[in-house]
Design a binder for this molecule. Structure first.
Ligand SMILES: Nc1ncnc2c1ncn2[C@@H]1O[C@H](COP(=O)(O)OP(=O)(O)OP(=O)(O)O)[C@@H](O)[C@H]1O
Ligand SMILES: [Zn+2]
Length: 817
């Protein structure tokens, strides 16, 4: 009797593929184990066993499996189930889900590049002969492909050898390696032990009488210590004493000063280190109880708590309970890069039980976390991560937390699977019979709607922790101000006044402008020409600092022009403004203030985010200018003022979610102000201060916003009332794309009638030389989603049969955001 396996290949194939195995292998193999298999003419892939059986494939002859790569499954049956759900729901293949779900080291294939591991320590004695050959070859050649390894060791089955070499740390795979999260250490000083009594200090000062700068530093330190019990930062001492780094270093070298380091997040939450249990206030307690009640009814639960209400502490309390029952916890966040603060906080409570998982971490790290979760180890009992952490091999989930559940970045945009991590996590939780809580100060319309129709449970915290009032919000009419010529650059008089006051009180300021660069458009005032990207249909953004014009879609850039490329006049002017310009204006308006900028240009480096966030936390910066990165759950202690430079670009964005988004974004940025004692202040500059959304933001009127927006969504048949699928067609050839999308839309219309919109060009109609056209399908509540998708797939099949459209790519985005 022959034996076969059906496997998932990590490529976009509709069907599983069948390979033959020996009887012995059939007995050994289980679903979730990896095998190396040949595919096509010469390719080798790592595939995942889906099932073992005895039915030969009908239309082709099964090839032999090359090699079994695992002793035990690395993927469990719940994962296979959720992958299938994702493929079906998000209209992609299980292979695509497989590829994006597992760490890339698990997917060795013939094209994988293999490198020497310069950082690894391994004993050559430990290497088997074939392993040694590979290592030796890498001495002469810096990169090898898998098939080259095959000829070196004169064997087809190279995967096991490479696996062993990876495990021994002798080789690594080519990919960008990202740094792991390391808490930043801050440098502090105190007087050396011998000098702590007053008497000794006097003697010391006497001996330093001929070094006035050194004694000034010592005296300052003494004064600082007299007024505060807090540790003294080196920076602080430097500034206060007017001494230099060199002087402080000399004192440290002499042993007069002693330096020491403390982890920053440990300090900010030092209260918790000794008493690792949280005490909730009455509002949090009520929220907590309501969540538990809703859990007991088996419901997905929305925690709606205003900014700084202490939702994190409520989560911690929920986690504590689950941990005791030995179950796993998944804590999903929109962007892990922004969460060093949170990681620190959770580690303070749960110590080594917390693991962080992120697709940008280095591969060894990711594999380690994967294996720890797979084996249900205590050190991976609590996983914090961005959306991909949802795909880890959990076997025993007890709680899922989706923090900032309204964030659009939970939705994967590219490549497939284009899944929404929040929604998929709900399905996952269901499969595990686990509880799940979605938290936000500004819930998505989808989630709040589900509460309203009784599908989700609800818990609310209406007050900030410590009873601090929500910030006082003020709208500033800049149309009026511009007319009266009262604006200084992009700053109204009111905003300047408030910034001045805040800085005088030694408090910090956050300024929000949702656009990076200096100006989005450079325009010639003589002929009207503005430089465009050659690859995309979009103007190049002016970046002053780098003296460049850059495309934000494809990265294309050219040097800044002095005169117009079209007519040659030196009459170039900018239109619109970005964070860079605000920073420049601030430098002129507040020459003494220390100003920082946080956007994707300044946070690119290794620890870009952390550096800026920590500098701001440590009050090394007075004003922080930034894009929407500033909004995501950051907890600063000393910010009194938040300024929104221009609310209009947000409100006017051409998308049916623009108003909802604006409400969320503005409320979230505003929520960074006044989180500790004093009530904060928020100024919103706008040309249209009477806009209903701005009114709702200033009065924190979520309910009215929800009602009005829901009414519009109902009227125009958008989510959460209807579901939507966006179909994007893509091609290099403009005419072909137009014809193809007309064809596709027409076929869809014959089935779905006026529930089809488009085809239409998106706002940027060409990216990287590919033209784009979108078709949107609205699926009414009462219609079956599965049937709809099947009909779409049938249209695609006929479409694919038309040879002239062969090059046109079709991309599905279900529930697109
Ligand atoms: N029970 C508590 N005991 C001590 N400190 C608390 C407690 N609850 C909240 N805090 C403190 O209050 C501050 C705000 O809490 P947190 O950051 O959790 O708010 P949040 O609800 O997540 O706000 P946002 O939605 O704006 O991110 C934090 O510094 C937190 O440490
Ligand atoms: Zn471009």
């Amino acid at each position: 009797m022959p034996h076969f396996i059906n496997v998932i290949l990590p490529i976009p194939l509709e069907k599983l593929f069948t390979y033959s195995v020996s009887q012995e292998e059939a007995l050994f193999l289980e679903p979730g184990m990896r095998v190396a298999v040949p595919f096509g003419k010469s390719k080798v892939y790592t595939a995942l066993v889906y099932e073992v059986h005895q039915a030969p494939p009908e239309v082709y002859e099964a090839k032999e499996t090359h090699q079994i790569l695992d002793e035990k499954p690395i993927v469990n049956h719940i994962q296979l189930k959720i992958w299938e759900w994702m493929a079906q729901y998000y209209m992609c293949t299980v292979g695509e889900v497989f590829r994006s779900a597992v760490p890339s080291v698990f997917l060795l294939e013939s094209e994988t590049l293999i490198l020497r591991n310069d950082k690894g320590f391994f004993d050559e004695e430990d290497l088997k002969d074939d392993e040694f050959l590979v290592v030796e070859a890498l001495q002469h050649q810096s990169v090898l492909k898998v098939h080259e390894v095959a000829s070196i060791i004169e064997r087809k089955n190279v995967m096991p050898v490479l696996q062993r070499l990876l495990q021994k740390g002798a080789i690594s795979l080519k990919e960008e390696i990202y740094e792991q999260y390391k808490p930043k250490l801050v440098r502090y000083v105190k007087l050396g032990k011998e000098y702590q009594s007053e008497q000794q200090l006097e003697i010391l000062l006497e001996t330093l009488s001929r070094a006035p700068k050194q004694s000034q530093v010592i005296l300052t330190l003494f004064q600082l210590q007299a007024v505060t019990k807090k540790p003294i930062k080196v920076n602080e001492l430097e500034v206060e004493s007017g001494g230099s780094k060199a002087i402080i270093k000399t004192l440290i070298d002499k042993g007069i000063l002693e330096e020491y380091f403390i982890q920053t997040d440990r300090i900010n939450y030092s209260g918790n280190v000794e008493s690792p249990s949280v005490v909730l206030n009455e509002h949090q307690e009520k929220g907590f109880k309501d969540i538990q009640r809703s859990f007991s009814e088996g419901k997905v639960t929305l925690l709606h708590g205003v900014t700084s209400s202490g939702k994190t502490e409520v989560y911690i309390k929920l986690i504590e309970e689950v941990i005791e029952s030995k179950k796993q916890v998944l804590y999903l966040l929109p962007e892990i890069a922004l969460t060093t603060q949170l990681i620190g906080r959770l580690q303070n409570y749960f110590g080594k039980k917390v693991s962080v998982y992120h697709s940008k971490y280095n591969i060894q790290e990711r594999v380690e976390v994967w294996n720890n979760v797979l084996e249900n180890k205590t050190k991976a009992q609590i996983i914090i991560g961005a959306r991909s952490s949802m795909l880890l091999p959990f076997s025993n989930l007890g709680l899922v937390i989706v923090d900032e559940e309204h964030e659009a970045s939970f939705k994967q945009y590219d490549p497939a699977p284009r899944y929404h991590a929040r929604d998929t996590a709900i399905v996952l939780a269901h499969m595990h019979q686990s509880n799940i809580v979605l938290g936000s100060a500004t819930p998505s319309l989808e989630s709040f709607y589900n509460v309203k129709i009784g599908k989700y449970g609800y818990a609310e915290i209406k007050r900030r922790y410590g009873d601090v009032l929500l910030p006082d919000m003020e709208l500033v009419d800049i149309k009026e101000q511009t007319r009266k010529k009262r604006m200084k650059g992009h700053f109204s008089e009111r905003l300047l006044e408030e910034i001045t006051n805040t800085l005088e009180e030694n408090k910090q300021v956050i300024l929000f402008q949702n656009r990076r660069g200096y100006a989005p458009i450079l325009e010639c005032t003589t002929c009207g020409h503005s430089p465009q990207c050659p690859n995309c249909d979009v103007s190049l953004t002016y970046h002053q600092h780098r003296k460049q014009l850059r495309c934000h879609y494809c990265g294309h850039h050219i040097a800044l022009q002095v005169s117009c490329l079209a007519c040659g006049s030196a009459t170039l002017d900018t239109k619109g403004f970005g964070t860079e310009q605000i920073e420049e204006e601030l430098n002129k308006l507040f020459p003494d203030a220390k100003i920082g900028r946080m956007d994707s240009d300044t946070t690119r480096g290794k620890h870009g985010y952390e550096k800026i966030i920590t500098a701001f936390e440590q009050q090394e910066l007075d004003i922080l200018v930034g894009t929407q990165m500033l909004t995501k759950g950051l907890d600063f202690r000393n910010v009194d003022l938040v300024g929104i430079m221009n609310a209009d670009t947000l409100l006017n964005f051409p998308d049916f979610r623009a108003h909802e988004r604006s409400f969320q974004l503005l409320t979230q940025v505003a929520g960074r102000a006044g989180r500790t004692q004093k009530r904060g202040k928020v100024l919103i500059q706008s040309y249209n201060p009477y806009h209903q959304i701005l009114k709702q933001v200033t009065t924190s009127d979520f309910e009215t916003m929800f009602k009005e927006q829901l009414y519009e969504r109902e009227l125009y048949k958008y989510p959460p009332i209807n579901r939507i699928i966006k179909i994007t067609l893509k091609d290099k050839d403009y005419n072909k794309l137009n014809n193809a999308s007309e064809w596709f839309a027409k076929s869809l219309r014959s089935i779905f009638r006026n529930n089809v919109l488009g085809p239409e060009y998106p706002p940027v109609a060409r990216i990287r030389n590919q033209y784009l056209k979108n078709i949107i399908i609205k699926i009414p509540k009462e219609t079956s989603v599965v049937k709809t998708k099947n009909s779409i797939k049938r249209v695609e099949k006929s479409f694919n049969a038309i040879s002239q459209y062969k090059s046109v790519r079709i991309i599905y985005n279900v529930d697109y955001i």
